[in-house]
Write a protein of this length. Structure first.
Length: 137
């Protein structure tokens, strides 16, 4: 009984997360333009949502996106943004080549002191393996 209830709850939460994610993709571009046009005319988001039969949160999201970026289109992201810049990667590779016999936790502390960025232990492991495999064929 508990397992069935928890599965139902998880599927319910997943459904609403997917619906929240898709709410902008379900709204056509011309409707977003109509929402922004109504907003430029001075109408409130509550009036717009009642007239166009969309949820008020959707209308508010379109207006907020338009105010921040000046555009209401969805721009696709190419990939996940990196946490480390070029300089951080150079510091990481230099520290792993220099201190490849030290524990990873000490290498992590040195990198944080030198570059100021937080690096996970898995990233250090990958970089250590990559630098070792490239230097020692």
């Amino acid at each position: 009984m508990f397992v069935i209830r928890s599965l139902f709850l998880m599927s319910y939460i997943l459904f609403w997360k997917i619906l929240y994610f898709l709410r902008m993709s379900l709204l056509p571009l011309y409707m977003r333009g109509i929402i922004i046009g109504c907003r430029k005319c001075g109408r409130s988001s509550r009036d717009i949502s009642s007239d166009l039969k969309y949820r008020q949160s959707t209308v508010a999201y379109v207006i907020k996106k338009w105010k921040v970026s000046g555009d209401c289109r969805n721009v696709p992201r190419i990939s996940r943004p990196t946490k480390l810049g070029d300089w951080d990667w150079r510091v990481l590779s230099r520290e792993t080549r220099k201190n490849h016999t030290q524990p990873v936790a000490l290498i992590r502390e040195e990198i944080q002191q030198e570059s100021g960025s937080i690096v996970s232990l898995n990233t250090i492991h990958k970089e250590a393996w990559f630098s070792w495999s490239c230097c020692c064929p």
